[in-house]
Design a protein around this ligand. Structure first.
Ligand SMILES: NC(=O)c1ccc[n+]([C@@H]2O[C@H](COP(=O)([O-])OP(=O)(O)OC[C@H]3O[C@@H](n4cnc5c(N)ncnc54)[C@H](OP(=O)(O)O)[C@@H]3O)[C@@H](O)[C@H]2O)c1
Length: 369
C-alpha cells in the first residue's frame, strides 16, 4: 500500500456501478476475447484418473456435467455429482454411464443446495465420513440471475450466497479431507478449483470498495431494488466472480502447497453455451441469448478448461506435473493474470478485507483449521 493510503479511503474512480462498457468493449479486451473464443484450441483432456475420487458441484448440466464426463471417461474411481436436484443428478449419472460405459458404482449423486448453509454442511460432513479420499474438489455450481427482484438466501443476495459464501464454506469444510488425502496417498496431488469468469474484469466494484470496515458483503446485498435492471444483476454476478478470485488468492497465500500438499486455483472457461442465463422473454435477455449463440463455445469445449485446472497437478497443466498453479487464475488452459484491480496495490487491501469479512460471516459454520 502506498504512503497515506488507508483501506477505507482508497481513491475510487468516479465511475458508475453500471456495466463498464468502456472496459467491456476495450479493443485490447475484444481482441483477447475473440482470440480466446475462436482461435484458441483447447487440449482434449487426457491422462489417467484411476484411483482418484472427484467431487464436481453443479454437475447435472452445463460445464460441470461435461467436466464430470471427462473425469469418468479418464477412469476416475469415484465421481460425486453434487447437485441440488437429485432427479436431474440421476439423469446426468445415466448420461455419463451411457457415454463412458463406466461401472455403475463409479458415480454417486449427492444433494447439495448452496442456497442453504446447512445443506453445504451436511454435504461436507458426508464427504468427510463416507469418502476415503478426495483428490479433486471442483467448485463449479453458480447462478447468474439477469432479471426480477434481488432474491436472498442466508445473509446475502443469491449470487453472493451461491457463488461466493457457500462455495467457500464448502471448500473450507472439505479441505481437511484433501489435506488428509495428500498425507495418506503420496502419489496424489489434491486440488481445489473454483470456476470463476473473465466477467470479473467487467466490474469496477465501485459501490463496494469505499464501504466502511466489515461492510463489503452488507453493501452488496443492500443494493436491493425491486426493479433491479439487467446492469444491476450483471454487475452483481461480475462482482461475485471477482470475489472468488480474491478469496482463492488469499486462501492460497495462507495455505502453501509445501505445507499442505493441496493446490488451490481458479479457472475461467470462456463464454460458453449453457443454461446459466435464464431467458424470460425480455428484449435485453433475448439479445444476450443471441450473443451467446453467436459467440459462445460449446459446453464440452469449455469443460476442458475445468478439467485442465483441476487436473493440473496430475499432469494436465501446460508444464505437466510440478508446474505451480497454486493461487493462480487459469484461462485457456494456461496461467494468466486476472484484472489489474486484483493484482494492483488496491487489490491487496481488498483481498484482505474480503477474506476477513468472509471469515466473520462463516463464524458458527466454520472454525478454521
Ligand atoms: N456459461 C458461461 O459462459 C460461463 C462463463 C464463465 C464462468 N461460468 C461459470 O461456470 C459455472 C457453471 O456454469 P454453466 O455455464 O455450466 O451454467 P449452468 O448450466 O446453469 O450450470 C450451473 C450449475 O450450478 C447449479 N446450481 C445453481 N444454483 C445452485 C445451488 N443453489 N446449489 C447447488 N447447485 C446450484 C445448477 O443446478 P440447477 O440445474 O439445479 O440449476 C447447475 O448444475 C458457473 O460457476 C458459472 O458462473 C460460466
Amino acid at each position: 500500500m502506498g504512503p497515506g493510503l488507508h483501506p477505507h479511503t482508497l481513491p475510487s474512480p468516479p465511475k458508475t456501478h453500471k456495466l463498464n462498457r468502456d472496459q467491456l468493449f476495450h479493443p485490447k479486451g475484444n481482441l483477447h476475447f475473440f482470440k480466446s473464443q475462436f482461435l484458441t484450441r483447447l487440449p482434449y483432456p487426457s491422462g489417467s484418473y484411476a484411483g482418484k475420487t472427484i467431487i464436481v458441484t453443479g454437475s447435472n448440466t452445463g460445464l460441470g456435467l461435461e467436466a464430470a464426463r471427462h473425469f469418468v471417461r479418464l477412469g476416475c474411481s469415484r465421481m460425486i455429482l453434487a447437485v441440488r436436484n437429485t432427479s436431474k443428478g440421476a439423469l446426468a449419472k445415466s448420461s455419463i454411464e451411457k457415454s463412458t460405459k463406466c461401472s455403475p458404482d463409479t458415480i454417486s449423486v449427492w444433494e447439495l443446495d448452496q442456497c442453504s448453509y446447512s445443506s453445504v454442511q451436511s454435504f461436507a460432513s458426508r464427504a468427510s465420513t463416507e469418502l476415503d479420499r478426495v483428490d479433486i474438489l471442483l467448485l463449479n455450481a453458480g447462478v447468474c440471475p439477469l432479471t426480477g427482484p434481488w432474491k436472498y438466501y442466508e445473509q446475502d443476495e443469491e449470487c453472493i450466497t451461491v457463488n461466493v459464501v457457500s462455495t467457500f464454506l464448502l471448500a473450507f469444510l472439505v479441505y481437511p479431507k484433501l489435506r488428509a488425502t495428500a498425507r495418506l496417498f503420496p502419489d496424489s496431488s489434491p486440488t481445489v478449483t473454483v470456476v470463476t469468469s473473465l466477467a470479473h474484469t467487467y466490474t469496477d466494484f465501485y459501490l463496494s470498495r469505499p464501504s466502511p470496515p466489515n461492510q463489503i458483503f452488507a453493501s452488496l446485498s443492500s443494493r436491493n431494488r425491486p426493479e433491479a435492471t439487467l446492469d444491476d444483476h450483471a454487475d452483481q454476478y461480475f462482482i461475485s466472480k471477482l470475489l472468488q478470485i480474491f478469496l482463492v488468492r488469499a486462501w492460497a497465500e495462507r495455505c502453501p502447497v509445501a505445507k499442505t500438499g493441496v493446490t488451490i486455483n481458479c479457472v475461467q472457461p470462456g463464454f460458453v453455451k449453457s443454461g446459466l442465463f435464464k431467458f424470460d422473454g425480455s428484449l435485453m435477455v433475448a439479445v444476450a441469448g443471441v450473443m451467446q449463440w453467436v459467440l459462445a463455445r460449446g459446453t464440452e469445449g469449455g469443460s476442458r478448461c475445468l478439467v485442465n485446472a483441476a487436473g493440473w497437478g496430475m499432469g494436465e497443466g501446460k508444464g505437466g506435473k510440478g508446474e505451480n498453479s497454486h493461487g493462480k487464475y487459469l484461462s485457456d488452459c494456461r496461467v494468466e493474470e486476472p484484472s489489474e484491480l486484483v493484482t494492483g496495490e488496491e487489490g491487496k487491501v481488498l483481498q484482505e478485507r474480503i477474506w476477513e469479512e468472509l471469515r466473520g460471516k462463516l463464524e458458527g459454520w466454520w472454525r478454521g483449521w
